[in-house]
Design a protein around this ligand. Structure first.
Ligand SMILES: C[S@@+](CC[C@H](N)C(=O)[O-])C[C@H]1O[C@@H](n2cnc3c(N)ncnc32)[C@H](O)[C@@H]1O
Length: 259
């Protein structure tokens, strides 16, 4: 299925592929807790990284076997160049070229599913569920409409410009995200928000230069502290992104039986 959002995404990532991690640096530096979650649930497993981009998650966790899938050739070219020993496949996340029950785990992070509308997200989640083994674990992230930091995005009708390119991105509320996952046959084990990176990065870049320190380390340290906001009830849903850890229901669940 080709959505207009997919065409926009292809244009955007074809343009930024070589500079991807610089363009998205602010949000990438706010992924401390997400990285911990990915390691905890995916290390040692046969993992599908859905919409893997340039494969950068391979620096952060140690799957037993890794397959990265992405639609964008230039992002995949970066991935293959950096990780020549790993497997990368070109494909559409809403129609996966894998057999049923192939993977122990699926990760689809950094809001990749936001590049398709709600109907496409449901297809993508169903496809992820199909290619997973029973009781496998999936980690999905998507933009959080409850985050006050996403209000400007909502006011602009879900449209943003990234590097001058118009992009439409689709976010979820915690409730709609959970319902989409549950209705595809997942049990949601944990749902929270992350990315409190509203702290302006520019003063840090400037300050870091002044004191001769790499601002990235300072920034990541501040993000690590801010991430604890997700444990404070009143700030729980402030994070720009939602992250769900879910388990593919086994046959008993699929048949509607209690375990
Ligand atoms: C924000 S990047 C995330 C990449 C990676 N997951 C990460 O954490 O850096 C979004 C990625 O989704 C990919 N993408 C967008 N639509 C897709 C689709 N329909 N099927 C597969 N990949 C898609 C883009 O090519 C891009 O690489």
């Amino acid at each position: 299925m080709v959505y207009s959002e997919t065409v926009q995404s292809e244009r955007l990532y074809s343009r930024v592929a070589e500079a991807y991690e610089d363009v998205f640096e602010r949000a990438i530096l706010a992924e401390g807790r997400l990285t911990t979650l990915v390691r905890r649930h995916m290390d040692g497993k046969r993992v599908l990284d859905l919409a893997c981009g340039n494969g950068r998650w391979l620096r952060r966790f140690r799957p037993g076997h890794y397959t990265g899938l992405d639609l964008n050739e230039r992002m995949l070219a970066q991935a293959r160049r950096q990780y020549p020993a790993s497997e990368f496949v070109r494909g559409d996340m809403t129609n996966l070229p894998f057999d049923d029950a192939t993977f122990d785990g699926v990760v689809s992070v950094f809001g990749a599913m936001g590049h398709v509308p709600a109907e496409g997200q449901r297809r993508m989640i169903r496809e992820a569920q199909r290619v997973m083994k029973a009781d496998g674990i999936a980690i999905f992230t998507n933009g959080n409409v409850w985050s006050p930091f996403n209000v400007p995005l909502l006011l602009r009708g879900h449209r943003v410009r990234i590097e001058g390119m118009p992009v439409r991105v689709h976010s979820s509320s915690p409730g709609s995200f959970e319902r989409a996952l549950e209705s595809a046959g997942f049990e949601v084990l944990e749902l929270s928000s992350y990315d409190y990176s509203y702290l302006p990065i520019m003063p840090l870049k400037f300050g870091g230069c002044l004191v001769g320190r790499d601002y990235r380390a300072i920034y990541a340290g501040i993000m690590d502290v801010l991430e604890h906001c997700c444990y404070i009830p009143s700030l729980r849903w402030f994070g720009k992104q939602l992250v769900a850890i879910c388990r593919k229901r086994g046959q008993d669940h699929a048949n509607g039986k209690q375990r």
